[in-house]
Design a protein around this ligand. Sequence first.
Ligand SMILES: NC(=O)c1ccc[n+]([C@@H]2O[C@H](COP(=O)([O-])OP(=O)(O)OC[C@H]3O[C@@H](n4cnc5c(N)ncnc54)[C@H](OP(=O)(O)O)[C@@H]3O)[C@@H](O)[C@H]2O)c1
Length: 499
Amino acid sequence: MAFQMELACILQSLEHKSILVTGSTGFLAKIFVEKLLRVQPHMKRLFLLIRATNDETARQRLQNDVMEKEVFRILREKHGKDFYSFIWDKVTPVAGDIACENLGIEEKSMKEEMWREINVIVNVAATTNFDERYDVSLITNTMGAKHVLEFAKKCVKLEILLHVSTAYVSGEKAGLILEKPFNMGETLNGIMRLDIEAEMKLANERLRELRDNGASRKAETIAMKELGIQRARFFGWPNTYAFTKAMGEMLLGQLRENVPLVIMRPTIISTTYREPFPGWIEGTRTFDVFIMNYGKGKLRCVPIDRRMILDVIPGDMVVNAMMVSMVAHSNQPSLFIYQIGSSVRNPLCISMLIDSAYHYFSKNPCITNDGKPIRVSTLTIFNTMASFRRYMTLRYKIPLKGLGLANVVFFQHFNRLYRDSSRKYNFINRLMGLYEHFFFFKGRFDDFNSEKFRAAMKDDGMVDGMFCFDPKCIDWEEYLMKIHIPGVVKYLLESKLVK
Ligand SMILES: NC(=O)c1ccc[n+]([C@@H]2O[C@H](COP(=O)([O-])OP(=O)(O)OC[C@H]3O[C@@H](n4cnc5c(N)ncnc54)[C@H](OP(=O)(O)O)[C@@H]3O)[C@@H](O)[C@H]2O)c1
């Protein structure tokens, strides 16, 4: 393998390097930053771009929202009372925003220093909300990627730009989904040529129109979210998030010139498997929303194909793949794409997740605020979206019509009930609409490129070691029962009041 030498010296390759990471207040980049500081304390500097009004508030955010989080526990223990002197010696928080040119960094001397010093840029920042406003999603996930690339081009010592995307840029395709780059303007349904500039113009014009017509902030947000979903579906993507991330990839591919670029496409990122300790997670996303609501007794039925493969990959494995690829491709003026998932090598069937959740919460029920255990029952499964929609109509929509009528006649009495039920109905409908492509997903993410790395690491004896990202080593049942679901309960559920 061409990169075998580099794999043997990943740690040395990071020594004395200056690295810029965006998105470090988020879930994935926290795992990345922690690992970097733990395994290579001799890197030169770590610049962390953080959204804040100035560098001082960025520093406060770094301390409160990053370093004080439990994921840094092992590192804090390692350095003891010298933890913060170590951190401030290595880490430079920088106030900025990828939605702006020059990453919104105002201080000239800071920008110039970064352009002089930085060897590696890791762009993790994104808006990960599937249902984000179109303008926000475009400026962050699409233009943000471009701004990071433009910044990278100014870094005279740049060795690599690693951009984190998502495997779901490929939409709802069935079969084996290859690690292929996008061509500019390509769409998933092939019916129209996509013009990113025209999309930006459309979003801006819609926004101006709403503001000129005096729309409230809430109405503006609803309309901009709707526009995002409409445009995504028009071009064949299931949601605004995946669509704007795909456009970000297109811009990177088109404007890259000779910048060494790795695009990392993880699938669904789950709790840490091993490092810094098993089971850490932050922020509720995709299938954890369902685990949480099931544990709380709020989810009793779901439209899903029980044979479906859910492509999940632990956060620390994604980070290991990021580190290996950024070292291996340093100074190679090409574009490399890696899909990091499990569906080809070690598929997790959704039925195992459903059964594990049932067994876990039956044995370890969540407790309500007044100390009562919440009993879970087996989920009712709808095999098609159509059968689920029929159920929703009978269970909620028709009774809602009755309530609506009663509301008009005896409005005082039925008002609240109507409002609550109507909100619940709309919420479930929107949630299911957004996740529909996950429930019946028939694709598998090829990871041929990652497999080449793993083969090289095997030769190096590193496959099970510090940089392991082989999903084959995961025993899913054990992982779900002993690591993932307990992690979701500990870090996501217990931090919220169970009602
Ligand atoms: N989580 C998954 O399952 C998953 C799966 C596949 C791919 N990914 C990709 O992995 C990356 C990280 O995901 P995550 O789950 O860690 O996301 P996350 O927890 O939502 O974190 C997003 C991070 O991006 C920052 N950010 C957002 N807009 C920004 C802007 N305009 N300028 C600078 N920073 C900005 C956020 O900062 P604030 O704190 O200021 O909001 C936060 O630090 C994303 O690129 C995502 O697309 C995630």
